[in-house]
Ligand binder design. Sequence first.
Ligand code: MCN
Length: 809
Amino acid sequence: MTITEEPATEAGVIGRRILRKEDPVLLTGEAVFTNDMKVAGALYMAVLRSPYAHARIESIDTSAARAIDGVRAVYTGADLADLWAAPMPCAWAVTEDMKNPPHHPIATDTVNFVGDGVAVVLADTDAIAHDGIEAIDVTYEPLDAVTDLEDALSDRVLVHEELGTNTSYTWNLLVEETDGAVQRAFDEAAHTVSERYVQQRLIPMAMEPRAVVAVPQPFGGDITLYSATQIPHVLKVMIAVTLGVPEHQLRVVAPAVGGGFGAKLDVYAEELLCVALARKLGTPVRWNETRSENTVASIQGRGQIQHVELAADSNGKLTAIRVRLTADMGAYLQLITPGIPLLGAFLYAGVYDLPKAYDFSCTGVFTTLTPTDAYRGAGRPEATYAIERAMDALAREVGVDPLELRRRNFIRAEQFPYEAFTGLVYDSGDHDKAATIAADLVDYDGVRARQATQNVEGATKRLGLGVSSYFEMCGLAPSRVLASLNYSAGGWEAATVRILPTAKVQVVTGTSPHGQGHETAWSMIVADKLGIDPADVDVLHSDTAIAPLGMDTYGSRSLPVGGVAVGMACDRVIEKAKQIAAHQMEANADDLEFVDGEFRVTGTPSKATPLAAIAFAAFTAHDLPDGLEPNLEAQVTYDPPNFSWPFGTHMCLVEVDTETGDVDVLKYVAVDDCGNQVNPLIVEGQVHGGVIQGLAQALYEGASYDTDGNLQTSTLAEYLVPAASDVPPLTLGHSVTPSPTNSLGVKGVGEAGTIGSAPAVMNAIVDALSGLGVRDVPMPASPNTVWHAMASATAPSDTATSSNPGGTT
Ligand code: MCN
């Protein structure tokens, strides 16, 4: 991709490719991350972590650690028990009887995963704190680990004995036109497929691991928490509840944050520990996560076994879908762990026109592994994977081309807004168009013709073409709908637009960017609305003292909720400014229009007053209309009427070496539709990052555990994050189908690439090998895995019914 910036002189700012304001400080190393904060007198915290996945703590001897010069304090779980007003929070009780064992920042009796905190050391330096934890002597009584999901379901070994079961909850979504519609559809179907897929656990791996600095004020009890978090606002509320800190005395700041990908959408033990200990001791306390610590002590993503069944008529038109999920919660429920599968529950019919015959059920299960939670896409990549892989299986079963099968089932453009079988309304879409653009970019027919000549018996390089069409459900709102899912937070977002006396603009947003470029995008929205240069806009965020209202950044919500709120606040400011302009120009406000940054009398453009003059007049307040307050400022809290529904089609072309199992991605095409694009350069960056993360799940990444629950991929030497050189050429296309539900016509894009990509890659690999009888390859499709899939394949493609050997967790 060539990075180009269009000239600043063009009319209209929204839609231009403007370089990100955020980047100069990042590229020059000037950005201040949490661990860069200089705080005098801070004590460094290190956490001793359990080497066992499951064990009873028999004794902890801290005397040697205490004796180390420079160690200031050592605490076990028992020492700190009085500091917790409530257990660590889980904000999503998906069912009334969901089992949620109490979880405190430091374990007391039992450890339940490798990495569970057992004791903390506070010392003068980070190195001494780590020497301190090395010197602590813990005696454990090892208990059996349970690492396999199906084994966990059997309750053979209980993770939390007191619960009497490993099942946290079972959540159902049965939608039927008439009783028994699903079963009837399966009984009467001309074609059915029944597939089993494994979503391996993934380690989010943001460039910056987590870091925390808690600074108490010398008098009065105020405390400031700096944290590498995506959610300063939510975190503030949760800390107030968990530690009993008066909320008005707590300030949370997310300084520069080096990526999060969902893993920093959480309330972590170390945040609570630093705040609690800083308050207890009256001294700043800081902690910085090591990379290896990050792999066990920060949440992991995915971790599901999916059974998906499709029923279809003789044309391959879907008549019913049945889904049975088992979701790995890990050892405890973190902030939204149990809700992740629910975020996918509405998307197992993908982009297809399904009658009311849908049966979804998910069981959340405890294991003795690191807790899972949101990872880019959170539930939606998993759902898309299942339906898009199963659609390929159905295409084989029906005997039609996979793209043709999709076209037969797409919700058609003229059906939007489309009320889905779930009752949710998809705002807008044109799946056929996105698929057609993708097919052109990949040269679909040409590739199919090449396959016919290349994939012959004995060929050692087989071509595969994979298709994945997706719907994404983001901008999680309205709050009322979130309530119906038992989610504890709202879906609104706040924005303030303040025109300063010199006509420069300050925006205060409740979103909390950590790589997404909100400063640039929000500046563009304001510049477009007010007719000014984006450089004249400053965007303030991620500090609860400056931006007290907010719901933060996750779920690709920031633009469709927070950015829209910014635009609405601009509209309100313009309305107020218009009254002042009308007063000054002795005109009727209804006769004024706001064009190119000035108020004009409609039809007489020579009679105009620039916004800058109105801003100064509003500031001096010498001559305002009666009853109008001075200054130009508006605050909006926006709760959208609907989710936003981006969509697209991805296609992947691979060549598989049948002798080595090596997969070479020759071409990757992503066609995404996120409505109107505020900044296409940022959109492309988001799609690039997202696609690569999905591709990484398909080909490279996977948290691998031994049967004792030890993470075998705890360093970057074993956990294969693709480097730039591993990334294939990406061809991006897009269509623009504006959302009718918000004033900017936008939809989110931050997760779209991750949602669309993994099934496109895996469908391509299976397509390449289907002539050898391969029906499935588990992720990640390493050469070894692909080779084994070929070796165990038996049936030639044209005689096989679909089946799927699945994989292991
Ligand atoms: N955008 C746009 N036009 C659109 C849609 C989006 O110009 N029609 C721009 C927005 O203005 C914003 C960016 O694209 O600058 C992403 O917007 P949005 O889709 O609203 O997503 P969020 O800002 O809410 O970001 C969250 C999303 C998630 S959930 C994960 S996970 C993720 C992601 O964004 N993690 C990221 N992208 C990431 N990018 C980086 N660099 N680092 C992460 O950790």
